[in-house]
Ligand binder design. Structure first.
Ligand SMILES: [Zn+2]
Length: 262
C-alpha cells in the first residue's frame, strides 16, 4: 500500500517508540479523541514523541487549528486501547477543555473536518458512517467506520462534546467528499459544453494537414466542393459546426479532422 500523510500538516514530530510499524490493516476507520488540554498541534506531538507511557496518535489537532503528525499513516498508533482498532484506524487527538464535556474550539473543529476529509480522499474512504450504537461501531456493522476510545476502555474519550457531534462531523465531511466528486465529474465536458466552448473560441488559426482538402459550400460532405486546398496553408476559422470550420475568406467549409490549431 502506498500510504501518504496529510499535506494539511503544519507540524511534524514523529515518535520513535510509541507505535507499531507498519500497520497490519488497511485504513478504513476514523477514531477521534480529546486531548484534555487546550494545546497546539506542536504541544500534542511533542508530548507523544517524548513520552514512554505507551501512548500516541496519528494526528493532533491544536486549539488554533494547527495540525500535527506524530505517527505516519502507514504505522499503527497507540491511541484507543485497542490494537485491532488502531491497526485499521487513523487516530486523531483534538485539543479540548480539561473538564467534561471536553469542548473544542471552532478552529480545532473546522481543522478536524478538513483533516478527516483529506484522510478519506487519500485512503479511498467514500463516506463516513456514524452510529450511536456501540456494538455497530465496534463490529463495523452496516459500514459504520467511526469508533471511539470509550468503545474499548472505561473512558469518557472523546467526551460528550465531540461524541454528540460525530454525526455532524460525518455529514460535513461527506458533503465535502461529495462536492469534490461532483467537481471531478463536471470537469468532463458534456457535448453541450463542448458546443459552447467551440463557439467562444472562434476565430482561430488552423494549418491544413491533408495534402488535398475539399472546401465545401456547407459543413458536411453533402455540400458541393467549392475548391481544393493543396498547400498545407494557414487559414482563419470564424465558425464551427459539427466538426467543420468556416473559412474567413468566404471560400466555404473544411472538415477540421484535416487541420490542426496553430
Ligand atoms: Zn482517547
Amino acid at each position: 500500500m502506498g500510504y501518504t500523510n496529510s499535506k494539511l500538516v503544519t507540524y511534524t514530530n514523529i515518535t520513535k517508540t510509541q507505535k507499531n510499524s507498519p500497520r497490519n490493516h488497511a485504513i478504513d476507520t476514523i477514531t477521534i479523541h480529546c486531548v484534555v488540554g487546550q494545546w497546539t498541534a506542536k504541544q500534542i506531538c511533542d508530548y507523544f514523541a517524548n513520552t514512554d507511557r505507551g501512548v500516541s496518535c496519528n494526528y493532533g489537532v491544536g486549539k488554533d487549528g494547527s495540525i500535527g503528525l506524530c505517527v505516519d499513516e502507514k504505522d499503527r498508533s497507540w491511541c484507543s486501547s485497542s490494537g485491532t482498532n488502531d491497526h485499521r484506524a487513523i487516530t486523531i487527538e483534538v485539543a479540548s477543555d480539561t473538564t467534561h464535556p471536553y469542548a473544542v474550539t471552532t478552529a480545532a473543529y473546522n481543522a478536524l473536518i478538513e483533516l478527516i476529509t483529506d484522510i478519506c480522499k487519500r485512503n479511498g474512504i467514500k463516506k463516513l458512517i456514524w452510529s450511536t450504537d456501540k456494538n455497530a461501531r465496534v463490529k463495523h456493522l452496516s459500514g459504520v467506520n467511526m469508533t471511539c476510545h470509550r468503545d474499548f476502555a472505561n473512558k469518557a474519550c472523546p467526551g460528550d462534546y465531540l461524541y454528540n457531534r460525530e454525526g455532524d462531523i460525518a455529514q460535513k465531511v461527506n458533503a465535502k467528499l461529495e462536492a469534490a466528486n461532483n467537481s471531478a465529474s463536471s470537469a468532463v465536458l458534456t457535448e453541450e459544453d463542448k458546443g459552447k466552448a467551440d463557439h467562444s473560441t472562434v476565430p482561430y488559426l488552423i494549418k491544413v494537414t491533408a495534402d488535398k482538402l475539399n472546401v465545401r459550400s456547407g459543413p458536411s460532405t453533402k455540400h458541393k466542393i467549392n475548391m481544393v486546398i493543396k498547400n498545407h496553408g494557414v487559414y482563419t476559422i470564424v465558425e464551427e459546426r459539427n466538426g467543420w470550420g468556416r473559412l474567413k475568406s468566404g471560400a466555404g467549409w473544411i472538415c477540421l479532422t484535416y487541420a490542426r490549431k496553430v
